[in-house]
Design a binder for this molecule. Structure first.
Ligand SMILES: Cc1cc2nc3c(=O)[nH]c(=O)nc-3n(C[C@H](O)[C@H](O)[C@H](O)COP(=O)(O)O)c2cc1C
Length: 189
């Protein structure tokens, strides 16, 4: 699959089969994160791979009771990867300019994992809705790390089609002319 096809074929997958993800494929996905570019090549990231059922099942309980519906699907996923950064390694220039490059770095690495997983026929869903302090305790995460996002992974419950992984309909996207300017803001696409 070429990268553009993977980008088009990807969807957020929230219904997973019971099939476990093979260790070799998990390593391929993690390797895609390892090779990602990062600001000044600092690689100030850490990825916590969660494959224990008892831990995965508790992740939705880290958010307030009335909102758990948004993330209950995580319980049925075979794998969750928490993308983290360490503040100790954030660059002095980044601190001076206020650029949150560490967030960008982790996000790029996670995006590469998403595309690698897609290529392997594995569904993914980004999750930003988690309770940071409860999740930190659940994962025994050392203080110096902060969580950027979770990636939920698993083979889709539904058979993929030519159009999409898991045969999930495309969600609406803005048109290019709505999101792109040339040279100066407002110069239309
Ligand atoms: C940073 C980020 C956080 C997200 N958090 C959640 C989440 O907490 N729960 C969820 O079900 N989907 C979450 N999503 C998935 C989005 O809802 C999804 O990407 C969007 O609706 C577009 O659909 P698509 O991914 O199928 O193209 C998140 C996506 C991103 C990029």
């Amino acid at each position: 699959m070429d990268v553009f096809k993977a980008i088009q074929w990807r969807r957020s997958v929230r219904r997973f089969s019971k099939q476990k993800i093979e260790r070799k494929k998990v390593l391929q996905i993690l390797e895609s994160a390892r090779l990602a570019p990062s600001s000044s090549n600092r690689q100030a990231w850490h990825f916590v791979v969660v494959d224990e059922r008892s831990i995965i099942e508790q992740i939705p309980r880290t958010v307030p009771v009335g909102t758990r519906r948004i993330v209950t699907f995580i319980q049925n996923a075979p794998l969750v990867i928490a993308g983290c950064y360490t503040k100790a390694l954030t660059h002095v220039i980044a601190q001076l300019t206020g650029h949150e490059n560490h967030l960008i770095d982790v996000s790029i690495a996670m995006t590469q994992m998403v595309l690698a997983a897609t290529e392997l026929g594995i569904g993914t869903c980004w999750v930003g809705w988690y309770g940071e302090s409860r999740l930190r305790r659940l994962l025994d995460l050392p203080r110096k790390y902060r969580i950027v996002a979770l990636l939920v992974l698993g083979y889709p419950a539904d058979k993929s089609s030519a159009e999409s992984i898991g045969d999930i309909p495309v969600r609406p996207r803005k048109q290019l002319h709505e999101i792109v300017s040339y040279n100066k803001f407002g110069q239309r696409f």
